[in-house]
Design a protein around this ligand. Structure first.
Ligand code: 5CA
Length: 436
C-alpha cells in the first residue's frame, strides 16, 4: 500500500479519554474510531490486524477439529426462554422488537442458538462428537465500557461449542480446546496462562480463563513461575492422541484468579517461584454438561437405543480484545511493536527523498518484494514525520532509504522490536526481512 493514497490517518494529540496504552495507541495510530460508547469502527490499519488475529484463531480451531459456521447476530427471545436465560441475563442483553412486535435480541453469546441448530440434525451417538464454532460480533450492554476495544459493548468473539456422548468425551473436547488456546495465543507472541475460574452466567462446573499478564489488567492473578517459561509451540500435538503431557503441565502448577485464589496452596509454593500480577482475560472455556441440551430438548439415541442428552462445553476468545491485549504486551513510548504474525504490514519502506531517482528506484524494489504486505511511505513529508509514524504504527521492519545510501546502493534496515539498525544492500535487506 502506498501511504500517499492510503486512508491511514494518525493523531498527533493523545486522546484525553484513553486511559491505557493500547487504547491511546489504537486511536493515535488510526486503527479504530469510536462511534458511540463501547462501539468502534475498524479503520484499515486496525482491520488488517483484526483479520490476522482472526485467521490465527481460525487455523488453530480447524487444526483441533472444530468446524466453522456463521450464526446470526440477532436471535429470538423465545430461544432464550427455553434455557431460562432470557430473564436471568439482565440488563447486559440488548433487547429489540421487530415490526410485528416480536421480541428479539442482539446475541451476547450463542449456546441456545447452536443447541437449537444441532438439534435439527443430530439423531444418534454416531453424530457425536462435534465441535462447531463461529467468529461473530456480539453485543453486551456493559455498565462501564472502557479501555477501548478491551471492554467494548460490541465486540468480535470466537465461540465454539462441543457436543459429546458422555463425560469422558466432553473432557477430551475440553482438553483439545485447552491446547488449541495455548497454541493460538503463543502464535500471536502472547504468554497466556490458563487459570481456574468461576463459571459465571454461562453455567457449569469446570472452567478456565486464559489471561496474559499486563499492568493494566482488570484481574489480580497468582501463578507459579514455571508457567511463564513453557514453550507450547515446541511441543508436538496430536489432537486425537494423548494431550496429557501439555494439559497436565499446566493444570498441575498453581494458577488462579482472585476469586479462586487458595491461600494455603499459594503459600506452599517457594516464595521465589510465586508470581502475583495483573491479568487481561483473552479467552474463557467452560464445560457445562447437559445444561443446555437438557433444557432445550436436544437428545440423540445412544448405543443402547435410549435417548441421551449430549454433554456440552463452550469456548470463547475475545478476538477484538486480543488486538488491544497484544498492544498492551508490545509497545514502548514511541508506539506499537507488532509481533510479525499479526502486524498490519511486515515492512514499512521509508523513502526520505521522494522524487529522487535513486531513492525512488531502491524504495520501489523493496516495496515490490513484499507488497501487499508492505507499506510504502511515499509522501512528500519530512524524514522525522515518517520515522515517528512508522514507530507509532509499529511495523516489525523499517527500510530507510536516503539519497546518500541510495547512491551506494544501500538501505538502512531497522527492527522495531529492538531498535537495532544495519546498513545492507537491497538484496540482503530483502533476505533479512524474509528470514524474519
Ligand atoms: N459463550 C462463552 C464462551 S463461547 C462466553 O461467552 N464466554 S465469555 O463471556 O467469557 O466471553 C468470551 C471472551 O470474550 C472473553 O474471554 C473475552 O476475551 C471476550 N469478551 C467478553 N466480554 C467482552 C467485552 N465486553 N469486550 C471485549 N471482549 C469481551
Amino acid at each position: 500500500m502506498r501511504l500517499s493514497r492510503a486512508f491511514l490517518p494518525t493523531l498527533k494529540e493523545t486522546p484525553a479519554e484513553a486511559q491505557i496504552a493500547s487504547h491511546r495507541l489504537m486511536l493515535r495510530a488510526g486503527m479504530v474510531r469510536q462511534t458511540s460508547a463501547g462501539i468502534y469502527a475498524w479503520l484499515p490499519l486496525g482491520w488488517r490486524v483484526l483479520q490476522k488475529v482472526e485467521q490465527i484463531v481460525r487455523e488453530e480451531q480447524d487444526a483441533a477439529g472444530a468446524q466453522e459456521i456463521l450464526m446470526p447476530t440477532i436471535q429470538t427471545a423465545d430461544l432464550w426462554r427455553q434455557s431460562g436465560r432470557y430473564d436471568a441475563y439482565g440488563p447486559e442483553m440488548l433487547r429489540l422488537k421487530d415490526r410485528h412486535d416480536r421480541e428479539m435480541l442482539y446475541g451476547p453469546t450463542n449456546e441456545e442458538m447452536v443447541t437449537e441448530i444441532f438439534k435439527g440434525y443430530a439423531k444418534s451417538y454416531r453424530d457425536l462428537p462435534r465441535n462447531l464454532y463461529h467468529i461473530q460480533w456480539k453485543f453486551r450492554d456493559e455498565v462501564r465500557p472502557r479501555f477501548g476495544v478491551m471492554r467494548g459493548r460490541e465486540f468480535l468473539m470466537k465461540d465454539a461449542y462441543s457436543f459429546d456422548l458422555d463425560y469422558a468425551g466432553a473432557q477430551k473436547s475440553y482438553r483439545q480446546m485447552f491446547v488449541a488456546y495455548l497454541r493460538t495465543f503463543a502464535r500471536m507472541g502472547l504468554k497466556a496462562i490458563p487459570m481456574q475460574a468461576d463459571t459465571g452466567p454461562i453455567g457449569g462446573n469446570l472452567s478456565h480463563e486464559f489471561l496474559i499478564l499486563a499492568e493494566t489488567g482488570e484481574s489480580q492473578v497468582f501463578l507459579h513461575k514455571d508457567l511463564l517459561d513453557f514453550d507450547v509451540l515446541s511441543q508436538p500435538v496430536d489432537y486425537d492422541g494423548d494431550l496429557s503431557p501439555i494439559v497436565d503441565f499446566w493444570t498441575s502448577r498453581y494458577a488462579a484468579t482472585d476469586e479462586k485464589h487458595d491461600l494455603a496452596a499459594w503459600e506452599a509454593i517457594p516464595e521465589a517461584q510465586r508470581v502475583s500480577a495483573r491479568g487481561i482475560e483473552i479467552g474463557h472455556i467452560f464445560y457445562f454438561g447437559t445444561k443446555y441440551s437438557a433444557s432445550m430438548g436436544l437428545t440423540v439415541s445412544g448405543p443402547d437405543g435410549k435417548p441421551v442428552a449430549p454433554e456440552m462445553g463452550s469456548y470463547g476468545i475475545g478476538v477484538s480484545r486480543l488486538v488491544g491485549a497484544i498492544i498492551e504486551a508490545n509497545h514502548d513510548e514511541n508506539g506499537i511493536r507488532w509481533p510479525e504474525a499479526v502486524a498490519p504490514f511486515k515492512l514499512a519502506v521509508l523513502n526520505l527523498k521522494q522524487g529522487d531517482a535513486g531513492t525512488d528506484a531502491l524504495a520501489g524494489r523493496l516495496y515490490e518484494a513484499f507488497a501487499p504486505d508492505a507499506l510504502y511511505d511515499d509522501r512528500e513529508e519530512r524524514a522525522g514525520v515518517k520515522f515517528a509514524d512508522a514507530d507509532l504504527m509499529g511495523y516489525p521492519w523499517q527500510a530507510i532509504i536516503g539519497p546518500r545510501g541510495a547512491a551506494a546502493g544501500k538501505v538502512e534496515l531497522k527492527r522495531r522490536a529492538t531498535g537495532e539498525r544495519v546498513e545492507l544492500s537491497v538484496e540482503d535487506a530483502i533476505a533479512r526481512v524474509k528470514a524474519g
